[in-house]
Design a protein around this ligand. Sequence first.
Ligand code: HEM
Length: 156
Amino acid sequence: MFSHARYKHRVFYSVKALSTTKPGGTQDSSEAVGAPLKHFTAEELLQYDGTDANGAVYVAIKGVVFDVTDNRKAYEPGQGYAIFAGRDASRALGLMSLKKKDAVPNLDGLEEKQIDVLDNWVKFYQKKYMIMGTVGPNASPGRLPAIATAETKPSE
Ligand code: HEM
């Protein structure tokens, strides 16, 4: 199968806030550095779907909003990953789906393997892109959603 693991990524510093997230919980964003985080409604986030050729493009995963503008050619309307733009597309990323109906935050019914796929996408976006804020009812600028990745799981 096609592997996404071989890409070279730039590393940003804004990951720190998430890397200390406690399992199953939320955390204080005071550890976050860089630009202040904004809390978006789903409707506000839609403004960043790439329709505006000069505007920023954002993609959210698990309630965390990433700025993908640098790679906007992949996310603009009509492009391969346009369904993710301006949305929390967690479900689609977990399912490896490019169907518009899957570009939603709801993870109901996903298998453990699919959650692992999603968490790998989280790692990918964390390494490559800046975090701009949060979206959805379970997050606010002061309460980054827990993003469980291999690095953030407690050592057992
Ligand atoms: C045969 C199928 C596929 C091929 C050949 C393919 C190819 C690629 C390539 C070449 C990139 C790197 C783009 C770049 O360098 O900017 C990429 C990134 C990506 N792919 Fe795929 N892909 C495939 C299927 C999928 C599917 C089914 C999904 C659904 C989740 C997906 C989601 C993504 C995402 C989210 C990125 C990251 C884009 C970014 O860097 O911001 N891909 N893919």
